[in-house]
Ligand binder design. Structure first.
Ligand SMILES: NC(=O)c1ccc[n+]([C@@H]2O[C@H](COP(=O)([O-])OP(=O)(O)OC[C@H]3O[C@@H](n4cnc5c(N)ncnc54)[C@H](O)[C@@H]3O)[C@@H](O)[C@H]2O)c1
Length: 381
């Protein structure tokens, strides 16, 4: 089996998650390619030290140029948002494929530059968003593609966190505009919320946004306080024209609500999607990770509850078919989809976020900033 050598730039929370997913690659029984982690770059020595436990890692460095000069084929970059553009472009210019992290640049201009550079250089680039790769969400996506909804009534998709409700939680780079971006929580959680709707072809033509900043300063971890100037919660009320395969609009002005919240009481890491139609509907939330609800309108109307195990993973695994999936599983499934698409072997399965989709997400979030500032709906192309 062919081996793709992967390097990681940024060995923090997500860099380690990547290493963990590659470390149990053998769990995938039908992967078209093997991934091997060979090089890691992080500025912090203690962070780099954790990767010493991984025998395939031959290079640990604080200089990403050294990593890019090595024989890695693919680079996963997981660093603060203000560094995305410079590091992603260095990866592309070094001739490597890129597995990017969201939000794919700190703003629309950065995202567009990264996308256009990848196209001009002919590089393979995808962006991370793992929740659609949970087996339950895969079932929900197949349902959405089946046409069973009938006329689409409304779409809701969101991602909620709760830990920022605690005002004593220290500030970090994700809570400051300089490092996280003006789009704040939309950059942090938004790619997760738009991935499935965008892949279904549901692109907003208009958005009205409600953005909230709740805590404007937080402990700096050194006994003082630091500014916390990003948007905490964002509700995007969108209009979508749904088209059929021939490009004819079948459902006009369908309401689509995209919700991204850092202050959602009781919601530790809740990703959800709900789509309602005249004939059917589907509901999924990571709150009940193996459960998919499907609505049927027959003589009687009913919401049916289905338990979905690992047997419905897009990429088969050794894990028992009735066992439930968790975060490490969907992250590994996403990585399998990246590797398969890299090798031209996705075979119609659901793929990772494309650079075009990432740019579209920035177009939506930029319009949302304008909408909130001007207190009016903003049209999108
Ligand atoms: N897909 C997801 O579910 C998910 C979850 C969390 C974060 N993220 C994204 O992943 C990225 C990283 O977030 P994180 O939570 O892992 O951050 P983190 O702060 O935990 O880790 C970032 C790491 O990057 C290192 N770093 C900074 N500058 C560097 C440089 N020039 N060269 C090498 N290393 C450098 C830091 O030392 C740190 O270890 C962000 O884009 C974030 O939005 C994605």
């Amino acid at each position: 089996m062919k081996t793709l050598k992967l390097g990681i730039i940024g060995g923090g929370l997500m860099g380690r998650e990547m290493a963990s997913a590659i470390g149990r690659w053998a769990a995938l029984t039908d992967a078209p390619v093997r991934l091997e982690l060979t090089a890691v770059c992080d500025l912090v020595e203690k962070v780099r030290d954790w990767f010493r436990a991984i025998p395939t890692v031959k290079l640990l460095t604080a200089d990403h140029r050294e990593l890019l000069a090595s024989d890695v084929d693919v680079v996963y970059v997981a660093v603060p948002h203000h560094l995305h553009q410079a590091l992603y472009l260095d990866v592309l210019n070094a001739g490597k494929s890129l597995f990017a992290e969201k939000p794919f640049g700190i703003d629309l201009e950065a995202a567009t530059t990264i996308r256009d550079t990848a196209v001009n250089l002919g590089r393979f680039v995808r962006c991370s968003s793992e929740f659609p790769f949970l087996p339950g969400v895969q079932r929900a996506i197949r349902y959405l593609q089946s046409g069973a909804l009938g006329r689409v009534l409304e779409i809701r998709s969101g991602f909620w966190h709760a830990s920022d409700l605690d005002p004593t939680k220290p500030v970090n780079w994700k809570r400051q505009v300089r490092t996280c971006g003006e789009i704040g929580v939309m950059g942090d959680l938004g790619m997760h919320a738009v991935h499935v709707p965008f892949r279904m072809g549901w692109f907003p033509k208009r958005v009205y946004a409600q953005l909230q900043k709740i805590y404007t300063e937080r402990p700096d971890g050194k006994g003082g306080m630091a500014p916390c100037d990003t948007w905490d919660n964002a509700l995007l009320h969108c209009d979508v024209d749904i088209q059929n395969a021939q490009g004819v609009v079948t459902d006009a002005d369908v309401p689509m609500r995209i919700e991204m919240k850092r202050l959602a009481p009781g919601e530790m890491n809740s990703w959800y999607i709900e789509v309602l139609g005249t004939d059917g509907g589907v509901r999924y939330s990571t709150k009940e990770p193996k459960t998919v609800w499907i609505f049927r309108r027959a003589k009687e109307q009913a919401w049916e509850r289905y338990d979905i195990g690992m047997s419905e993973s897009a990429f088969p695994v050794v894990t028992g078919g009735i066992f439930e999936a968790g975060f490490p599983d969907c992250f590994q499934q996403m990585l399998a989809a990246f590797a398969a698409e890299h090798e031209g072997a996705l075979k119609g399965r659901f793929g990772c976020v494309t650079p075009d989709e990432a740019v579209r997400s920035h177009q939506l979030f930029t319009a949302a900033l304008a909408s909130h500032a001007e207190k009016r709906a903003i049209a999108l192309e």
